[in-house]
Structures are given as C-alpha cells and as structure tokens.
Design a protein around this ligand. Structure first.
Ligand code: CMP
Length: 512
C-alpha cells in the first residue's frame, strides 16, 4: 500500500465514529458530515480507478498519475474537514464554547488554501514563478475574487466589531425586518416574520445603514411601536388621550412592556388642513419582536373598546360626504331601536326580575352601553363606586387581593349577570376587582338612577341583600379559608347586617 491508499481505512473509521456521535447529539451539523461522506466517496473512487489503471499496466498505467494527485488532494480535504469537525463540533461543542459559524468556515477555507499551495509545491509546481510571471492571471484571479473577498472581509468585520449578532432583529434599508439566523463567510441569513429567508451578501450588509431593533448600547430593550387612529373634532383631544391611556395602562396586554407604559398622543391636527379629524398615535413597547402585528392588533382592540365605551366613534375618512336626516322621526326611530336593545338585555337579568315592564323600560332609558375587551379591569378593589354593571355578553372574573398582596379568584360571572352592586348599596369602596375574561358588553347604571329605583321599590333591597350576603360570604371564605359550616353561620349574620347598611345608606329606614 502506498500513497493515499494507506489512509482509506483510518478515514472511513473516523467518519463512522463522527456519524455515531452526531446521531446521539441533537442539533449536530449533519450538513458537514454529509460533505465528508461525499469527499470520502470521491476519494475511494479515485483510489480504485488509480489501482485499476496500474493493474492493467501500460499503456493504461501512464494515465494513473492525475488520479493519484486527485486522490491526494481529496485525502487532504477530507482530513481538513474531519479535523474541523473534531475541533469545532466536538471539542468546542462539548466545552460549551459558543463560537460564531464563520470561524469554522474561515478556518476550513484558510486550511484549504494552505493545503492547495502545499500540494502544488509537493508536485513540483513553482508557485512564485507563476505569480511573478503571470501578471494577467494574477489580475484575473484578483478581480474574480474581489466580490468574494469583500464578503469574507464583511463577514469578519461584522463578527469583530460586535455590531450585529446571530439572533438580533434588524431592519435593512429597504425596510425589510428579520432575525439574523447566521453570519456565514460569504453571506448572512436573515429570517423574516413572513417565514421567508433572505440571503444578504456580507459586503452589502456592511455597506448599508442597519437598524438593530430593540437594542441600545448592546443591551436588549423593548422596541417602540406606533399604532395610529383618528377621532373627529367633536371630541376633545384631552378626553380621547385620557380615555385611551386609562384603557391601555389599566391591565396588561400580552407582549407589551409594563414600563415604559403604553401611551397616547395627539399626533396631528388635520393634516394638510383638509381633514375634519385629529390624528392620534399610541406608542407602546414591544417585548417580543416576533409578534409585532398581533400585539398591535390587541392594542387596537383596546383602543376601540375604550372609545366605544365612551361613545366616541373613530373618524370617518375625510373624503366621505355623509348626510344625515336630522328630522325628529329619524331620531325617534333610532332611540326606539336602542331602547328595545337595552330592554331585551335587561329582561334576562335576575336582579330586575321583580320589576314591571314599565320599570324595566325606565332603566333601559338611563343605562349606557359599556363594552370591555378581554383582560380589562372593570372595577378595581378599593376604589370608589359610581356604577352598577349588568353583564349582557361574555364572561368576567372576580378577584380578591389579600393583605399580603396575593390575588385569588373568587368567582366567574357569565352573562346574563350583574356586579358592582355591593359598593353601590353599602357606600363602601369596591370589595373586589372584576376583570373581563373575554370581550364583554355591559350596561352601566348610574348610582343615582339605581338609588331612585331602590327608593321606589325597597323590596328589591331585601331581595338583593341575599345575593350580597352570598357574595360577601364567598369573599370572606376565600380570604379567611372558611369551611362550609362557618360559611352557613356567616350567611345568617351577614344578611341582616347588609340589609341594615343598605337601608342606612339609602335612607330607607322605616320601610321594612
Ligand atoms: P363591588 O364591591 O361594588 O365591586 C366588585 C364586585 O364584585 C362586587 O361589587 C360584586 O358585584 C362582585 N363580587 C364580589 N364577590 C363576588 C362573588 N363571590 N361572586 C360573584 N360576584 C362577586
């Protein structure tokens, strides 16, 4: 055995060992192993062909020389690749040294170059005389390598100056955004949110201004996002900003940073002096750059429901000409429609079951529609109460915060239901926090209107004291861990106590 032939067996064993280790290592770079297997196959074929020609003797044996050199070159390339795998993918990997991919690729590339020169030198090629005498060849090689070298230098520069890292979110000059997946020796791989992959040559990446999203001084921070909307001039900008800020800051929204808080600004008043509405913008800080659109969508939902609750419509496009028939009949028809809708919603609510249709009709006249989006706080424990809520659509959760600040779920309310009655009927602050679990629709009854109903129908107070006592006992049971017996005893005392405080608060004493 001579020449490259003698390494056939050790190299095949090395490949089998690497393959076995890669099999047991999740995420191992099989691409590199495949390259070795391919090189080995060519290497084996070259050796076999060389041996065959020599076996056949003259004149065939004279053609075996090029195959000999080819086998030698393939052997060296294979050794380089296997050595690189042993060093980078086994030694460094198990030593947990997280090196950039480009280090591997450039090391292999440099080793190829040295090996090429060495092989040429060994086979008697005088490189220095070729380079010195053939200026044209040098120029051609130089020119053809120009772009490649630019990319390699670009890749190295990107690694060395620490400006972009794998995993960073970036925006290119053409406004395309994506996450840097890999910086390789010639190009960088960028994955967009649309599941596309951009292959950007490193020299191009380096030649443009790149925005690294959500990073300052190399430290990751949330990225500021803008959501625009418009409201016409019938509503004061101060009022709109206040309402939207309250809705955005009252309860968390998934992937919106709690600090700095999301906030609303008046962005512009009538662009180009032709619009009949003001432009607003909500700025919020996004914590997960992968979900920008879904998060903006949640923010828009919050804005929409907050404005709808406050009976503030979003602006109509400026170019729309809208005519409204402002005759009294039209207004009456509209009012009747809204009244019927509210009355239908009130019919199902147990709280008003004892009232006559006429009385329910009166309530329908004064209640206001109050929608909330999922996650919004409807009443907050400890705050003063102004309204009773009739839940006509969706689900809400009642939560109690204990003395140590821990929060516990007390109950879940399903439409049709009501809440917010405790504080209204006793004058105490809100006893619990009620949060919308889904998008919900409520009818909001003002404290004074509610008081008027109670004054006319004091028996409702009596009926409600049972519900109130039940809910209060449930709250106390969660807070103090009461068992079933203790709850029953508490119910009896609580009911008369509550009835008394309702009568005191509403001045209903004397009506027993
Ligand atoms: P209020 O105290 O005004 O505000 C919070 C509301 O949560 C409270 O009125 C009740 O309407 C409601 N609530 C409190 N405890 C319960 C409970 N155990 N079951 C259902 N609703 C409750």
């Amino acid at each position: 055995m001579n020449g490259p032939f003698r390494l056939l067996l050790p190299l095949s064993i090395a490949i089998v060992v690497v393959a076995a280790i890669f099999r047991a290592t999740p995420g191992a770079p099989r691409r590199r192993l495949r390259r070795c297997v391919l090189l080995f196959a060519f290497y084996a074929v070259a050796i076999a062909a060389e041996q065959l020609l020599e076996f056949l003797g003259p004149p065939f044996s004279s053609a075996s020389m090029p195959l000999h050199y080819a086998a030698q070159a393939l052997e060296v390339l294979l050794i380089i690749n296997l050595a690189a795998i042993a060093l980078f993918d086994l030694l460094f990997h198990f030593a947990r040294w997280d090196y950039p991919d480009i280090v591997h690729e450039l090391s292999v590339g440099a080793a190829y170059l040295v090996a090429g020169i060495w092989l040429m030198h060994r086979s008697g090629v005088n490189l220095s005389s070729i380079v010195a005498t053939s200026a044209v060849v040098t120029a051609v090689i130089g020119l053809s390598l120009q772009a490649t070298l630019g990319n390699i230098v670009g890749g190295l520069a990107l690694q060395l100056d620490d400006s972009i890292h794998e995993g960073d979110w970036i925006e290119l000059e053409n406004r395309v955004q994506g996450r840097v997946r890999q910086i390789r020796w010639r190009h960088s791989v960028i994955e967009t949110r649309d599941w596309d992959t951009l292959i950007v040559p490193n020299s191009q990446l380096l030649a443009q201004t790149i925005k690294v999203l959500g990073k300052r001084d190399g430290v990751t921070s949330p990225h500021r996002m803008w959501v625009h909307f418009s409201v016409d001039f019938r509503y004061s900008p101060g009022q709109v900003v206040h309402i939207v800020n309250e809705a955005l800051q009252a309860a968390p929204i998934a992937n919106v940073a709690p600090e700095p808080k999301a906030n609303c600004i008046v962005y512009d008043l009538a662009k180009e002096h032709r619009d009949s509405f003001a432009y607003y913008a909500v700025r919020y800080f996004l914590t997960d750059l992968a979900s920008d659109d879904p998060t903006s969508s949640l923010v828009r939902e919050r804005i929409y429901t907050a404005l709808k609750r406050a009976q503030i419509p979003l602006a109509l496009p400026a170019t729309t000409v809208f005519l409204s028939h402002d005759d009294p009949e039209h207004a009456e028809r509209k009012q009747a429609r809204e009244h019927a809708f509210r009355l239908a919603a009130l019919q199902n609510v147990e709280l008003f079951a004892q009232l006559s249709d006429e009385e329910k009709g009166k309530i329908a006249d004064v209640v206001r529609l109050a929608p909330f989006s999922a996650g919004e706080v409807i009443t907050r424990q400890g705050s003063p109460a102004h309204w009773l809520y009739v839940l006509t659509k969706g689900k809400a959760e009642v939560r109690l915060t204990g003395a140590a600040g821990e929060e516990k779920k007390v109950a879940e309310l399903h439409a049709p239901s009501f809440f917010g009655e405790m504080a209204l009927m006793t004058g105490a602050p809100r006893e619990a926090t009620v949060i919308a679990s889904t998008d919900v629709e409520c009818l909001r009854l003002d404290k004074d209107d509610f008081k008027e109903i109670l004054a006319r129908r004091p028996e409702i107070a009596k009926e409600m004291s049972t519900v109130l006592a039940q809910r209060r006992v449930e709250l106390v049971a969660v807070r103090d861990n009461l068992d079933a017996d203790a709850k029953k005893r508490k119910m009896v005392t609580e009911r008369s106590k509550i009835l008394e405080s309702i009568r005191d608060f509403f001045g209903l004493n004397g009506t027993r």
